[in-house]
Design a protein around this ligand. Structure first.
Ligand SMILES: [Zn+2]
Length: 177
């Protein structure tokens, strides 16, 4: 059993969209962290506002990963997936979570998959709170198989793939997972 409230939560840009104040207050996490480069990606009003509120209420710190760790993870990621779509900003938040032994909060499927392979725990923000992702996969709408691949069509039958999360419910984050 992990007490998530004690772990540092690193936020990528997709996490800020859903992290409004009521959700933020319902989450028992002491400290959030994000990378400097994420700020430039917060273009819509909602994520910008959530970012400002978190900063003003001292819930959030902005940092940069250790450059050596960043390089190391970037190389690892390119070995896992030579055609990775992950940006330097994505890799920076992933590196922060990795080096701080924290949790990465992201709604980006590619980032979740890579994080899983680097043994970094990821959580996703939903309308009701924040959930731990057990496994993020794509599921075929026709044959119902699930895949780790990225793409729009099922490698087995050609059906349409949709994002599929296997999550555990945890609004209170008190380690009852
Ligand atoms: Zn299929």
């Amino acid at each position: 059993m992990i007490d998530y409230s004690k772990l540092l939560h690193v936020l990528d840009s997709t996490a800020f969209i859903g992290l409004d104040f009521p959700i933020l207050q319902s989450i028992e996490v002491k400290k959030f962290l994000t990378a400097h480069s994420v700020i430039e990606e917060l273009k819509d009003f909602r994520s910008r506002m959530n970012f400002d509120v978190m900063l003003q209420t001292n819930k959030l710190e902005v940092s940069s990963p250790n450059p050596q760790n960043f390089k190391k993870l970037k190389m690892k990621i390119h070995k896992i997936d030579p055609n990775t779509r992950l940006s330097d900003t994505d890799i920076q938040v992933l590196t922060l979570a990795w080096q701080e032994k924290g949790v990465l909060v992201t709604n980006d499927l590619t980032l979740q998959n890579i994080a899983e392979q680097l043994k970094v725990t990821t959580r996703v923000i939903s309308g009701k709170g924040i959930k731990v992702i057990r496994k993020s996969r794509l599921r075929c709408m026709s044959c119902k198989r699930t895949f780790r691949v990225s793409g729009q069509h099922c490698p087995e039958c050609g059906g349409v793939l949709k994002q599929y999360f296997s999550t555990s419910n945890s609004n209170n984050l008190l380690g009852k997972e």
